[in-house]
Ligand binder design. Structure first.
Ligand code: ACM
Ligand code: ZN
Length: 530
């Protein structure tokens, strides 16, 4: 192996070749960077790896705490091994960086702090492999939006666990955390004007929990719940922003809102009574759009949400909202008549438009699941395409921005092989690692439409995931594949086999060092037989 390394390095050094295809590099990096130039020259890593904390103390401290389980790192001064440099004039896309491993030090530079953070994530991988020769990495992301969603409605995850999820994202250079905060099964965010949302709506009577004795989930009697106070939300927002992760909060409307209806039954068409759901699936009971009070509720909730989250987007859900109740609700029907609507779907558009106008006054943009297309959308709404890629393709062709989260490729609550013999219960669909890696979010789009793809994300729905151990298991190693599609241009990714080699060389050791539970299904002997 050493001999091979020497030969390849020599080639790179003498030909000054930019090695931007995976197989030519001896260092493995995920996601594959734009350009990696390896040199024959020796690099010496000191026994104590120090990072300069004088220039960017917060980045350095956060990096040390993130990398602590994987590397032995210490705080240092300007003579440290790792040096961070901001060069505001450098021309590179947001999040880009340059990393130079010289003989006795590593310099990471960027035009913005987010780029320094990303460069450090690459450095973790180099140090884990053992640096012995010099290398220069120049790198920029393909997409500005590289996201991951955690469903904290079906199961509740503590503030510490949410921070762990953000850490998981950081090592993959993901920069948008989509926080699913409200569900039929639990309302998780404190809203001062509507205290019952958390007093009542955050708790359900019994819960299907992950059962480690067997594959099936286990019914556990007693109340189950949890919520985030506004102070805790602020704490998470700060934690994320110090790690260059933007949070998009999701407040579901008009569907997936039974927890809210339970607290305030006037929000529904029938007036209830309702109960915070314990079963998964889709409820017929949704918000009544015909009543002005529903709109006022949404506006008031969003006002507090906007104050808590400084990011540019608010996600308003919009998926899986059956129209059955609206068909027989006098208020909804009266509104349809007044507005001249022919289809109930237009009621949802009516609510969306009001919400969008309101959010615009707060300087925010709206994102909704692709169902929002059904009654028509404004020019400015952003569509999150989940039922397939078609919704995103249609919206992008219309000139709307889109985020691609096709459930056939990006849903990490699904099985990881084609088999149903995996050790735990999952959502009944297969999203194997190879499938994730082959996803191309701009397929079937012309250039103009493709320009509207902001990026993509993976979703972790938690019907069958009730603790962090399983969150890791479901995300790893699929998040490695997802981050590569989000970060690296298709032409630079090499082959799937090369990706697997890099993943085994660096991502799996990194996960193991971090103590994260990794699903074993990437190993060929564990793949299902034909
Ligand atoms: C969804 O998976 N219902 C967005
Ligand atoms: Zn109604």
């Amino acid at each position: 192996m050493k001999k091979l390394i020497t030969i390849v390095c020599a080639l790179c050094a003498f030909c000054a070749v930019s090695c931007n295809v995976a197989e030519q590099n001896t260092y493995s990096i995920i996601p594959q960077p734009v350009s990696v130039v390896e040199k024959i020259d020796t690099a010496i890593v000191p026994e104590v790896v120090t990072i300069d904390v004088t220039a960017f103390p917060q980045i350095a401290a956060n990096y040390i705490s993130l990398a602590a389980p994987m590397l032995a790192l210490e705080q240092g001064d300007r003579d440290s091994y790792i040096i961070l440099r901001l060069n505001k004039c450098a021309r590179m896309a947001e999040g880009g960086y340059s990393l130079k491993v010289g003989k006795n030090r590593v310099v990471i530079s960027s035009n913005a702090e987010a780029g320094l953070w990303n460069g450090l994530q690459t450095l973790t991988q180099l140090l884990l492999q053992g640096i012995d020769h010099q290398v220069t990495v120049n790198d920029v992301p393909r997409f500005g939006y590289r996201g991951a969603m955690l469903d904290c409605g079906r199961h509740f995850f503590t503030v510490e666990e949410v921070k762990q999820f953000i850490d998981l994202m950081c090592v993959h250079k993901l920069n948008v955390f989509h926080w699913h905060l409200t569900e039929d099964q639990g309302w998780r965010i404190e809203i001062k004007k509507y205290p019952l949302l958390t007093e009542v709506g955050s708790v359900r009577n019994g819960s299907w929990d992950t059962n480690y004795e067997g594959k099936e989930d286990k019914w556990v009697e007693g109340s189950y719940g949890g919520f985030y106070t506004q102070d805790e939300i602020r704490e998470v927002v700060k934690y994320a922003s110090e790690r260059f992760v933007t949070i998009i909060p999701e407040i579901e409307m008009p569907g997936h809102s039974v927890a809210a209806l339970t607290c305030y039954p006037w929000l529904g068409c029938t007036g209830g009574p309702y109960e915070v759901r314990t079963a998964w699936g889709i409820s017929k009971d949704v918000m009544c759009i015909g009543k002005e009070s529903t709109w006022e509720f949404c506006r008031d909730v969003l006002e507090e949400v906007c104050d808590l989250f400084p990011g540019p987007y608010i996600h308003i859900g919009g998926d899986e909202a059956p129209r059955l109740r609206w068909e027989s609700c006098p208020d909804c029907q009266a509104l349809m008549e007044k507005e001249g609507f022919e289809r109930e779907a237009q009621l949802q558009t009516y609510l969306n438009n009001k919400v969008e106008e309101y959010l615009a006054t707060k300087g925010k943009r709206v994102i909704g699941w692709d169902e929002i297309l059904e009654g028509g959308i404004s020019q400015t709404a952003c569509v999150m395409s989940w039922r397939g890629s078609e919704g995103g393709q249609k919206a992008a062709a219309m000139g709307n921005d889109v985020i691609m989260v096709d459930k056939h490729y990006c849903y990490f609550d699904c099985y990881q092989t084609e088999s149903r013999e995996e050790e735990i219960r999952c959502h009944n669909r297969s999203v194997p690692l190879a499938k994730v890696w082959t996803y191309e979010p701009t397929d079937n789009m012309d250039e103009a439409a493709a320009a509207h793809v902001l990026g993509l994300q993976c979703n972790t729905w938690t019907e069958h995931i009730s603790d962090m151990d399983r969150v890791y298991f479901m995300n790893l190693p699929r998040m490695a594949a997802l981050c590569e599609i989000a970060w690296t241009d298709r032409a630079l990714r090499g082959t799937y086999e090369q990706f697997l080699d890099r993943m085994v060389a660096v991502a799996i050791p990194l996960y193991n060092a971090a103590g994260w539970h990794v699903a074993p299904y990437y190993q060929s002997d564990l793949l299902p037989q034909d």
